[in-house]
Design a protein around this ligand. Structure first.
Ligand SMILES: [Zn+2]
Length: 317
């Protein structure tokens, strides 16, 4: 899986949703954001599946989660960018349940759920149009003329579209192959060299910095049991972590705890910080556990700390 800002942010929010103290004021908002990000990722997986199955007429390249900054310093995050020698297509993927409505004059995009709840969303057409203008200017500055288009695809099968969306560039993701076929007919002339534009875009790709951090005092301590949705702290017995409530047994639950630490606090940890976060009293027991994890040790004496690697989760048990 491509590690980029979107996934980092997802892992940050996922870790936060599992670790934030129950009485924290942000708990409900973080859980909501986590469900939204999870739905977004599911939509992107669906898109990848459809595009992998589709055979492009010419060479084509797909950049998922293209991120960059414009000349004014504001950011662009595109769910996917399809590059072909004849046209470029910006895809905005939405995974929204319920019925979608649009008021074009007001630029208002909202959904009504089955239970009648009305909720406004950022207008995806304005978002995609902003990306289109940006890319058009960029390509003009590179002296390249190629049609740049955008569309919004809905990845959720249960979503219904109201008639108010009839004239908007939005359709269900299953319609993407026929949409691409039509674009091929509409733009029969090859106008650019694909590897040239790919190199140009790669050069402006910019990984956006993490959006948030959290004070460790707001987090719950311990090796939390994932089978209990992280409600209970596990105990270490004979080389395994065991949940006192559901009796789930895991050898690598500690890796997940350190993954949370890496995502929420920082990518390295001292023995003391480790004891505090995991809830262990003995320095020696902590040293042993850190050794067993095989973490790289830096420094000596009081300044010693351990590096928590990006792949700390390794393989699932
Ligand atoms: Zn449990």
């Amino acid at each position: 899986m491509q590690i980029n800002q979107k996934f980092l942010h997802y892992h940050f929010i996922e870790s936060l949703a599992n670790r934030l103290k129950k009485d924290d004021l942000d708990t409900a908002a973080v859980k909501d954001e986590f469900y939204r990000l999870e739905a977004g990722l599911a939509g992107e997986m669906r898109l990848q599946q459809i595009l992998t199955e589709y055979s492009f007429k010419n060479d084509a390249q797909i950049i998922y989660n293209f991120e960059c900054k414009n000349e004014k310093g504001s950011t662009h995050q595109m769910d996917a960018l399809i590059l072909t020698p004849r046209f470029i297509l910006i895809l905005e993927v939405k995974q929204i349940a319920g019925t979608l409505f649009y008021k074009p004059a007001q630029h208002e995009f909202y959904r009504i759920q089955d239970d009648g709840i009305h909720e406004n969303f950022p207008n995806p057409f304005d978002q995609a149009y902003r990306h289109q203008l940006f890319l058009e200017n960029l390509f003009a500055s590179w002296k390249l003329a190629i049609p740049i288009l955008y569309t919004v695809v809905i990845a959720n099968y249960r979503e219904k579209s109201d008639n108010s969306l009839q004239n908007s560039p939005i359709f269900h993701i299953s319609g993407l192959p026929s949409f691409l076929e039509n674009l091929n007919k509409r733009f029969p002339v090859k106008s650019v060299n694909l590897s040239f534009i790919r190199a140009k875009l790669d050069a402006i790709y910019f990984r956006l910095p993490p959006r948030r951090t959290v004070e460790s005092s707001r987090l719950r301590r311990g090796v939390l049991c994932r089978e209990c949705k992280y409600l209970h702290a596990m105990q270490y017995k004979h080389g395994s972590w065991i949940c006192p409530v559901c009796h789930f047994k895991s050898k690598n639950a500690l890796n997940e705890t350190l993954f949370h630490y890496r995502m929420l606090i920082k990518p390295h940890i001292t023995n003391r910080e480790f004891r505090e976060f995991v809830g262990i009293y003995s320095i020696h027991a902590a040293s042993k556990l850190l050794m067993r994890l095989g973490l790289e040790k830096v420094g000596t004496g009081r300044g010693t700390y351990y590096i928590i690697p990006e792949n700390i989760l390794g393989e699932e048990d």
